[in-house]
Design a protein around this ligand. Structure first.
Ligand code: Z5A
Length: 207
């Protein structure tokens, strides 16, 4: 049986990583094989792309940036995600294609048709079964860490407001797979809401 593909999305410091780790622990504790991964950087090639795209000192053209994220994803999907799903594992990815739509589409303003082509090439049509969008506002994001440790984090509040609006619009258009969670709630409350949603999803696919 094909496994389950879950993604976490949201603006920086929304709590994705904290919650993805908790969900992995909770699913492993009841015997599931879980692969936790991330974009960019889920593979060895991806780690090199991550370094380039997040830490390059040189200006990166917006289309080049789109294609670097797409190259990371193509390698990730074909060498890690699909093989794990085919053997029945649950794959949890910290970011996937919604990040491209939100950051490169809504944030950078790249044309939707070009974004769609890059995503289609990289994913070959793979969509998450379930996406958890952790929603926080930009001041909350900044208050959790404003060290601007990578190239994209140095972008303006206006940019991140567009990205957040993008994530919310994408969620409205993909309600069949997306749950939006208020990321300003306590870590415990958020974790419990996510466990509940994933539990319901697992129950619905096993009946
Ligand atoms: N990017 C892109 O542009 N296009 C693409 O296609 C893809 C990515 C795939 C990689 O980000 C960058 O690449 C990202 C988008 C871009 N750029 N930005 N900005 P990343 O995912 O590696 O890093 P990040 O987005 O900056 O996230 P992060 O710093 O790793 O944060 P997080 O995973 O969302 O949150 P966290 O590490 O779990 O928590 C952050 C802090 O908040 C930490 O101190 C926690 O203890 C605290 N926290 C967490 N939850 C709570 C709650 N509920 N209350 C209070 N405090 C909390």
């Amino acid at each position: 049986m094909r496994g389950l593909f879950i993604t976490f999305e949201g603006i920086e410091h929304c709590g994705k990583t904290t919650q993805a780790v908790r969900l992995v622990e909770s699913l492993r504790s009841v015997g599931h094989e879980v692969v936790m991964t991330r974009e960019p950087g889920g593979t060895t090639i991806g780690a090199a792309i991550r370094e380039l795209v997040l830490h390059s000192k040189e200006q990166i053209d917006t289309v080049s940036e789109l294609l670097l994220f797409a190259a990371d994803r193509a390698q990730h999907v074909r060498t890690l995600i699909l093989p794990a799903l085919e053997r029945g594992a649950i794959v949890i990815s910290d970011r996937f294609h919604d990040s491209t739509r939100a950051y490169q589409g809504w944030g950078r303003g790249i044309d939707t048709a070009l974004i769609d082509r890059a995503i289609a090439l990289a994913t070959d049509g793979l969509d998450p079964d379930l996406t958890v969008l952790m929603d926080i506002d930009v001041p909350t994001s900044r208050s959790r860490g404003d060290d601007a440790s990578d190239r994209i984090e140095q972008d303006s509040d206006v940019f991140f407001t567009k990205v957040r609006d993008g994530f919310l619009a994408i969620a409205r258009g993909s309600q069949d797979r997306t749950i939006v969670i208020d990321g300003t709630l306590s870590i415990e409350r958020v974790a419990s809401k996510i466990r509940e949603a994933v539990g319901e999803h697992l129950a619905s696919v096993s009946t």
